[in-house]
Design a protein around this ligand. Structure first.
Ligand code: ADP
Length: 436
């Protein structure tokens, strides 16, 4: 049905044609080629024909663009199975940074990951978020190292790898554009242990060189003095040579300790295989150190069970272990004038543990130092240790030897009651004895 509005529109469209024909008729009449009445008829017929012609069928309306149905990104089972199998915390992300899937390690190491959440809900490290964003845009893998203080003091490394999984691997993601990654794989690696080892190594080298530099500087000083002002001073020369000898011995002790420490560390994972009787070894150590005890005015007393205590052990290392403990007791606990060494056993008949303790009655060790006592170069009193010819490595060596023998080291020092160092090492069981 034609509305007045439609009629007017059609009339406006035909007007130029009518005007053109009217002009032609006017020219025809003026030239006597056309009768005026005939021209009027032509014009009326034209107007009627054009005005009432049936409207052209409306142009088919343009098909509306298909509605964009936001599909929830989906990950095929094969991709999520691979992510689950990765040994490190791993997540798959959309290029926009939303979480597609995450393995269980993410929950343990980073936090709970909710599928569909933006990565920023889980990881609040701007450098990682920016790297994910950039890799999704340019397709270049990135690596970001970052440190965290809370909840733990730790170092992590994030690996960001853009992937093209769309299609063949059956993975779809929002806004997948050809040529650009459709997924981002984000994995984390804990660097804390590695960083600690690096730090320890750096500290160790710094401490070792410092320990060597001090006696070396003193030696060079005395050599210069002996070559210069004290050249002809016989008494000074003898005194200086005595000090130089002591410094040279200190350096050589330090080098010995460093070498044994590295040797023990090298074999740390290998439990000794030979059987030794630990009571005999401790008896031997006490015998060798009795002259030192006499020099220091200390009574060294050994109490030993009659029960044989066979253990799997390295004889030389065990001698070193007990020598260090007894020597320390004689050095630092000399004021107590008494050191007691006890060899005993505890535990069930077929699972005996040898228990060896070294107790002195000196000033003991303040409790705040106890946790760090077995660290390399750790000393309660640096000057006192140096005066005693200490290197600060003795208890570190003790700890490593005990660990290699799968034993335990205990240190007790109740205030004002000296110090007790106790070593526990499992004895060879009857079954093991028969087998060997
Ligand atoms: P050092 O070569 O200095 O003796 P150690 O590693 O054997 O090194 O011992 C570390 C520190 O522990 C010593 O410097 C000393 O301060 C303290 N220490 C060890 N044994 C005793 C002890 N029986 N009584 C008091 N302090 C001790």
């Amino acid at each position: 049905m034609s509305t007045p509005f439609a009629f007017r529109r059609r009339w406006r469209r035909t007007l130029p044609v009518v005007a053109l024909v009217a002009a032609a008729c006017g020219v025809g009449i003026a030239a006597n080629l056309l009768q005026p009445a005939f021209a009027v008829v032509i014009l009326l017929a034209l107007v009627a024909g054009l005005a009432f012609q049936s409207s052209p069928p409306p142009a088919p309306a343009e098909a509306p663009p298909p509605a964009v149905v936001p599909t929830r990104p989906r990950v095929e089972p094969v991709a999520s199975a691979l992510v689950a199998a990765l040994p490190e915390p791993a997540l798959l992300l959309t290029p926009e940074g939303d979480i597609l899937c995450a393995n269980e390690r993410v929950a343990l190491a980073i936090g709970p990951a909710r599928l569909g959440d933006p990565l920023s809900f889980l990881v609040r490290v701007p450098e990682v978020l920016e790297a994910v964003h950039n890799s999704a845009r340019d397709g270049i893998p990135r690596r970001v190292e970052f440190g965290e203080k809370i909840p733990l003091d730790r170092w992590l490394e994030a690996h960001i790898v853009p992937l093209h999984l769309h299609g063949e691997a059956g993975m779809t993601s929002r806004g997948g554009r050809p040529g650009l990654p459709d997924t981002v794989l984000l994995t984390f690696r804990d660097l804390t242990q590695q960083r600690r080892v690096e730090q320890m190594r750096a500290d160790f080298v710094a401490n070792a060189s410092h320990e060597l530099r001090t006696p070396l500087a003193s030696l060079s000083g005395f050599i210069e003095t002996l070559l210069g002002p004290a050249r002809n001073d016989t008494s000074a020369r003898e005194r200086f040579l005595g000090i130089m000898g002591a410094q040279a011995r200190r350096m050589s002790r330090l080098i010995d300790d460093l070498l044994s420490l590295s040797r023990i560390e090298l074999n740390a994972h290998m439990r000794p295989e030979t059987q030794v009787e630990v009571g005999t070894i401790v008896g031997h150590v006490c015998e060798t150190l009795s002259p030192l005890a006499r020099d220091r005015g200390v009574e060294l007393k050994l109490t030993r069970t009659d029960e044989p205590l066979p253990i799997y052990g390295d004889r030389d290392e065990l001698i070193r272990l007990f020598e260090n403990l007894v020597e320390n007791a004689l050095k630092y606990g000399a004021s107590g004038a008494r050191v007691e060494v006890t060899v005993g056993a505890e535990g069930a008949q077929d699972a005996r543990t040898a228990v060896i303790s070294v107790r002195d009655f000196g000033p003991g060790i303040p409790p705040e130092h106890l946790p760090r006592l077995t660290e390399r170069f750790y000393r309660v009193d640096v000057v006192a240790s140096r005066d005693q010819g200490g290197t600060g490595l003795g208890l570190a060596i003790v700890k490593h030897i005990v660990a290699r023998h799968r034993g335990k080291l205990g240190i007790e020092s109740p205030p004002g009651d000296g110090a007790t160092f106790t070593v526990r090492i499992g004895c060879v069981s009857k079954a093991e004895k028969i087998a060997s």
